[in-house]
Design a protein around this ligand. Sequence first.
Ligand SMILES: Nc1nc2c(ncn2[C@@H]2O[C@H](COP(=O)(O)OP(=O)(O)O)[C@@H](O)[C@H]2O)c(=O)[nH]1
Ligand SMILES: [Mg+2]
Ligand SMILES: [Zn+2]
Length: 340
Amino acid sequence: MRANHEKRLNRDSGDKNTPELQDSSLGQEQPGTVISRFGQHADIETESGQVVRCNIRRAVTSLVTGDKVIVRLAIESQANSGIAGIVEAVHPRRSSLTRPDLYDGVKIIASNIDQILIVSSVLPSFTTQIIDRYLVAAEDTDIPPIIILNKIDLLNPDEAQAIDEALQRYKDIGYPVYKVSSKLGDGIDTIKDILKDKVSVFAGQSGVGKSSIINALLPDAELVIGDVSDNSGLGQHTTTTAKLLHLPSGGDLIDSPGVREFALWHLPAQRVGWCFIEFREYLGACKFRDCKHGDDPGCALQEALSQGKISADRFHNYHKIIASLDEQRHARHFRAATDE
Ligand SMILES: Nc1nc2c(ncn2[C@@H]2O[C@H](COP(=O)(O)OP(=O)(O)O)[C@@H](O)[C@H]2O)c(=O)[nH]1
Ligand SMILES: [Mg+2]
Ligand SMILES: [Zn+2]
């Protein structure tokens, strides 16, 4: 099957293994993009902009929103099935977003994403710890993150200064930072520019204003209102149908509650350290290979901290994240055990 899959990617015509659509009723292979995936079907957008509900070849073992595919459309519409084509093959992904799945480990929810916009705000209160958790999650996927501070209309001068200092630390290590108010419309044009020609996702804690920003970008807001919130903890029973949306101002958004709340779940401590991008140059330089970067002697990170080369806040958040991941892991083991 894999060989067939390869062949199809090379635009070869292959065998037939679906009863619903016979090759004789299918047109030429053509490129498409997965707009949305529903169980055994997917909505595929062709290059002409047509969106067609399709079956999926068995050889295509994984298909998610954002995937670039090869599709063949039915020549005659299939009476009463609503199925009008078949996904023949999927191109390798240049990036993918994952979420925790209690039994399967990693589950891919969307692909081919260019950037993650991490939204924060002053209400719920501004915390670098949550920003760092999202940054680590983004770095782990290798998708460049951008930090957005929303609700700047609510900032009082005292808060503003403390927050500016915190945000400057992110700029110093190379992250783009933007301040907006979806309420007043401040900065929304800048966000539109950032999104142009890219596939983006918004992520962030509930209440920071993700829906509000997306609604400001998408006048046709019906598409994004009415989120079903994910209350299932690890989310393995949630239907997270991520949807790819075209923005009128240019660029695409992949959105779903699962995408927005994509988060850090389990990473080995070493990987978390690597995901703090400014720590990278010190990793491996500690005296002990298994250095926990706590009070271990000869710790290169502690040294960098004492020289002011890394920020105390980021270092603190690193340890908080490691501690919380340990807790989470224990909780999950416990839950898995009691589920039996
Ligand atoms: N003052 C102010 N409130 C905002 C702004 N953006 C969103 N909100 C409010 O924040 C709350 C949460 O917004 P929502 O978009 O639902 O956040 P989400 O959970 O991240 O999608 C709502 O009451 C919004 O009206 C803003 O720029 N300024
Ligand atoms: Mg929302
Ligand atoms: Zn160390």
